[in-house]
Ligand binder design. Structure first.
Ligand SMILES: NC(=O)c1ccc[n+]([C@@H]2O[C@H](COP(=O)([O-])OP(=O)(O)OC[C@H]3O[C@@H](n4cnc5c(N)ncnc54)[C@H](OP(=O)(O)O)[C@@H]3O)[C@@H](O)[C@H]2O)c1
Length: 333
């Protein structure tokens, strides 16, 4: 099969279209003809030599797919060849075929395009697990979501707003803060020309927020803690700005704060099945009803994975960047 091969660790130039063996489904797996896959920031880290695939997972990049079932293992139930499927995988998405455990596979709603389905799993799972399962955000509370225009941010803004929370975001352009406001954010702060701590204090009349969802890491840690209310929760989900810093733990103790970190990829299959199920129960019906929408920025052909990575690393996207693997589509976006 055709796949994007990584010729070494480095910049986007290490990605090239090549040939790889078709994966063989194990007893519990579906083999999927991938129509569309999507980029995640983690792919750029793996490309550079970090974030290795967990044991047993494909070395090929790509953490989510939408496509059709073409074969399956002996223990699979409830799926047939030709079914339209989407979901999170441990790796292998940038390819014509990929495997997914059938207990993590989600049936594509009628009328959905493969583009729409491929834009959903990683960002909605990450946002839901962090904001609600770990962060316990509830109606009437406040949340600051950094990088609100990221894939995860664009999902997080919507679901936090739908849950009745007041949402603030930071982003690096006026277009991104305005885009977040359209998705339900009360206010967007352009971190390039305003201090987000002062802005949050102003917007909340000095109260601060209940929850911060952060991808930036070290340079933001002390400032994030400084704007949390008593019993506030900091969800550390990315480290784009670095991982090492010093903080005053007195703030954490005095204000009874929680700092919660998580990474999805190394979690066990059982944990990931739970992550899938919680998303399906709470948010898939809203996506089907159209009250939530995955935000799609750009669709590149698979052969242009290199260009797609460069585009992501230039921080140009608002929402998801997709890679189209097959040319057929059978429904509008
Ligand atoms: N822990 C997990 O399980 C998990 C799962 C999925 C994703 N993640 C993490 O979530 C984050 C978002 O992922 P994604 O795929 O949605 O990303 P993405 O679409 O590539 O968006 C990332 C955005 O971050 C902003 N940014 C980049 N460098 C920055 C900096 N130094 N300071 C402030 N903002 C900066 C940029 O927007 P601006 O124009 O606003 O600067 C950029 O567009 C990543 O850190 C990723 O690793 C974690």
């Amino acid at each position: 099969m055709k796949a994007i091969i990584k010729t070494g660790d480095g910049g986007p130039e290490v990605l090239q279209l090549g040939d790889a063996p078709t994966p063989q489904p194990t007893a519990n797996q579906l083999l999927v003809d991938v129509h569309v896959t999507a980029l995640n920031r983690a792919d750029t880290i793996q490309r550079r030599g970090g974030y290795p695939p967990p044991p047993g997972e494909s070395e090929i990049l790509g953490l989510e797919i939408a496509g059709t079932v073409s074969d399956m293992g002996s223990a699979v139930t409830g799926w047939q060849e030709g079914d339209r499927v989407f979901g999170l995988i441990g790796g292998g998405g940038y390819a014509e075929q990929a495997v997914i455990d059938y207990r993590m596979a989600m049936r594509m709603p009628d009328g959905w395009s493969f583009e729409k389905a491929a834009a959903v799993p990683e960002v909605f799972f990450t946002a839901n697990e962090n904001i609600f399962t770990l962060g316990r955000l509830s109606a009437g509370e406040t949340i600051l979501i950094h990088a609100g225009g990221s894939g995860v941010g664009s999902a997080g803004v919507q679901i936090a707003h739908r849950a009745g929370a007041q949402v603030f975001v930071t982003a690096g352009t006026a277009a991104k803060t305005a885009g977040c406001e359209k998705l339900g954010a009360t206010a967007g702060i352009n971190y390039k020309n305003a201090d987000f701590v002062a802005e949050i204090q102003r917007l909340t009349a000095g109260e601060g927020v209940d929850v911060v969802l952060d991808f930036i890491g070290a340079p933001y840690l002390a400032r994030n803690l400084s704007i949390l209310k008593t019993w506030g929760r900091l969800l550390q989900v990315g480290l784009i700005g670095g991982s090492t810093t010093e903080i005053d733990l007195g703030t954490v103790m005095r204000n009874r704060l929680k700092i919660i970190g998580s990474v999805m990829r190394p979690q066990t299959l059982t944990e990931k099945i739970g992550i899938t199920r919680r998303f399906v129960e709470r948010w898939l019906p809203e996506l089907e009803a159209g009250t939530l929408q995955p935000v799609i920025d750009t669709v590149f052909p698979l052969a242009q994975a290199r260009e797609a990575h460069a585009y992501m690393e230039a921080n140009r996207n608002f929402g998801k960047i997709l890679l189209k693997v097959r040319s057929e589509t059978n429904a509008p976006r």
